[in-house]
Design a protein around this ligand. Structure first.
Ligand code: CP
Length: 307
């Protein structure tokens, strides 16, 4: 039986594994021909319970480019919808598929149940807890632009959502990194995740700070990152939540503090909410290069899981 590896959370990967995936993503971005077709005898399922443009397309095309055949399931396709258990679904799919890239809507238990079998590698294409493949695309982008990850200073302004969690579980692994999170009050990182991230920073010689305002911004920032205010698959109970988010908008006045800083966004974007059109479409923005790196890093993830 071929060896497989799941990618459910960045907590499960070592710093060298994360760096190797990002480095491979950079190599693929520079020469897509390096991939070959190592998955030509494999079948990969792509199962999305929630909307997606980048992640679904990047993993589908990456699997195809690597030679795999792909079975695609939309939100209403599997008998999970009619009450079949996740455990039974995993048992059946793992007899037929070599890999499953899954965007689920809840926390980790569904993905962990899908991964609780020895034959089919499972990739977390985003759940409510974490978006690990987004952070891998982000690290690929930062590595490509800066030549290394150690010592980078990144300001993240926006909700402490699953993208923020993935960044908080990966960036502090790199020595000298400064991750400055600015999250609206009541919409910050889960305190358990923040505590884990602070512990990682302590262990690896990096710094993590979270504040719920835009005061005391760092003097030097290499990259500013924001994310949509309405994270896919979520709603906000408080009808006045927008008022809390407005001060965290990334606009030209914020970017002008650090003229050399690059702007990142996991997309989809809502111009006029979390970022102005001038910033997103301006010269410092590498958000669409970052989106392209979803494909390059998806190649690296599938190779790591299956090849
Ligand atoms: N950033 C991201 O995950 O995009 P999609 O929701 O379009 O996949």
């Amino acid at each position: 039986m071929p060896e497989i590896r799941h990618l459910l959370s960045l907590n499960d990967l070592s710093v060298s594994e994360i760096e190797a995936i990002a480095r491979r993503g950079v190599s693929v971005s520079r020469d897509p021909g390096v991939c070959g077709r190592p998955l030509s005898d494999r079948i990969v399922g792509v199962y999305f319970r929630a909307t997606s443009t980048r992640t679904r397309t990047s993993f589908t095309t990456a699997a195809m480019r690597l030679g795999a055949q792909v079975v695609s399931y939309g939100p209403a396709d599997l008998q999970l919808n009619t009450g079949e258990t996740v455990e039974d679904t995993a048992r059946v799919l793992s007899g037929m598929l070599d890999g499953l890239v899954a965007r689920t809507v809840g926390p980790f238990h569904e993905l962990r149940a899908l991964a609780d079998q020895p034959r089919m590698a499972v990739v977390n294409a985003m759940n409510s807890d974490e978006h690990p493949t987004q952070a891998l695309a982000d690290l690929t982008t930062l590595l490509s632009r800066f030549g290394g990850l150690e010592g980078l200073s990144l300001l993240y302004a926006g909700e402490g959502n699953n993208t923020a969690v993935a960044l908080a579980r990966s960036l502090p692994l790199f020595r000298g990194v400064r991750l400055e999170l600015r999250t609206p009050p009541g919409h910050g990182l889960d305190p358990v995740v923040l505590a884990e991230s602070l512990a990682l920073a302590e262990r690896h010689g990096s710094t993590v700070v979270e504040r719920h305002d835009m005061e005391e911004l760092p003097g030097h920032v290499d990259a500013v990152y924001t994310t949509r205010w309405q994270t896919t698959g979520t709603t906000k109970a408080d009808p006045t939540w927008r008022d809390l988010f407005v001060p965290f908008t990334v606009d030209s006045a914020l970017m002008d503090r650090w003229p050399a800083a690059l702007f990142l966004h996991d997309l989809p974007a809502h111009r006029g909410d979390e970022v102005t059109a001038r910033v997103l479409d301006g010269p410092s923005s590498i958000a669409f290069e970052q989106a392209q790196n979803k494909f390059n890093s998806a190649v690296a993830v599938l190779e790591w899981c299956l090849a």
